[in-house]
Design a protein around this ligand. Structure first.
Ligand code: NAD
Length: 324
């Protein structure tokens, strides 16, 4: 399979999951190595002959076509993206370039070679919820940030390739992931790494924005199931009903690290900050038998442990952050 964005957070976790669960499969990993891509996420696969790393852009159609033909690829899993909402507010253009045009390039090559494309999308395409209710796969797309809008646009293109050409496509829309190898600009690793460094823990607005959290390995299992057993053309939400507001997440981190509450600070809210995301995962539960294996607390404990012993991994990344 061709995994794009496999040097990023979820992509590298997925590559490891594949090597462990399906060791006979060959993986070609195409990643541009932007600020978010990190070859150190794949160090243990350096000498693995079944993992071929290629530095390149998903917008390079000749390269994508060459890889598909050279390695007899029969499925593409597209993790490659610009993924940080704050960056999309500052520089939306690159989000269109990678998330929209890049997905179109992959769709084109998947269609031309008659192979499957699994698009990794997000619950953010649905917009924001009130205090009750859940998004299903049929909820309208109402993206509110340039990041979410670019992901929703890509999803629309994926749909159109299925409807127009019958391309073998699927989409997964997961909730917020957390776990090892997550770039420290995202909420949970941001707070853990700043906490470990004795820095202030900045919470946007009143901290009451709610996210539905998913341990990354559970997402990888869901993606793998959709890849192998998903019905062509179908979308699957992936989430584990772990709704917590940002205040609660930061409190848990403060407690775990034994920090004083005075380290928490409130900063000006992000513009267009969605209030609540929560998804209904009934479809993947019923149709594909997916179940999350981690509960939120065990996943968080594993994440604490990983960041505590991998300071050499995250310390150098702090220079690449926009929110210091
Ligand atoms: P990430 O930012 O950690 O990784 C993205 C990877 O894509 C990086 O390795 C980067 O180098 C690579 N990349 C960027 N532009 C590229 C290009 N033009 N060509 C090739 N490679 C390129 O992102 P992530 O958090 O692992 O997210 C992966 C996917 O999952 C994204 O599509 C994101 O929208 C989606 N998603 C993420 C979350 C989450 O909580 N992190 C939740 C739901 C969905």
């Amino acid at each position: 399979m061709l995994i794009t964005g496999g040097a990023g957070f979820i992509g590298s976790n997925f590559v490891h999951y594949q090597r462990q669960m399906h060791p006979a499969d060959l993986i070609v990993n195409l990643d541009l190595l932007t600020y978010a891509g990190n070859k150190n996420n794949l160090t243990d696969l350096k000498h693995d002959p079944s993992h071929i790393f290629v530095q390149g852009n998903i917008n390079n159609r000749e390269l994508v076509a060459y890889l598909i033909e050279q390695y007899h690829i029969d499925a593409i899993v597209n993790f490659a993206a610009e993924s940080h909402v704050d960056r999309s507010i500052l520089h939306p253009e690159i989000f269109v370039e990678t998330n929209v045009k890049g997905t179109l390039a992959l769709l084109h090559e998947a269609h031309r070679h008659d192979i499957k494309l699994l698009q990794i999308s997000t619950d953010e395409v649905y917009g924001s919820l009130g205090p009750t209710g859940y998004f299903t796969e049929d909820s309208p797309l109402q993206p509110n940030s340039p990041y979410a809008a670019s992901k929703a646009s890509a999803d629309m293109l994926v749909r159109s390739y299925f409807e127009t050409y019958g391309t073998h496509v699927n989409i997964t829309r997961s909730t917020n992931n957390f776990g090892p190898y997550q770039f420290p600009e995202k909420l949970i690793p941001l707070m853990i790494t700043r906490g470990l460094d004795g820095e202030k823990l900045p919470i946007y607005g009143d901290g009451k924005n709610i996210r539905d959290w998913l341990y990354v390995r559970d997402n990888c299992r869901g993606i793998d199931l959709v890849l192998r057993e998903g019905k062509t053309g179908q979308i699957y939400n992936i989430g584990a009903h772990n709704e917590y507001d940002n205040n609660t997440i930061v409190q848990l981190i403060v407690k775990q690290l034994g920090l004083p509450e005075s380290q928490i600070t409130y900063v000006k809210d992000r513009p267009g900050h969605d209030r609540r995301y929560a998804i209904d995962p009934t479809k993947i539960l019923d149709e594909l038998g997916w179940r999350p294996e981690s509960n939120f607390r065990t996943g968080l404990d594993e994440t604490f442990g990983w960041y505590a012993v991998h300071q050499d991994w995250w310390q150098p990344l702090k220079d690449k952050m926009i929110r210091k």
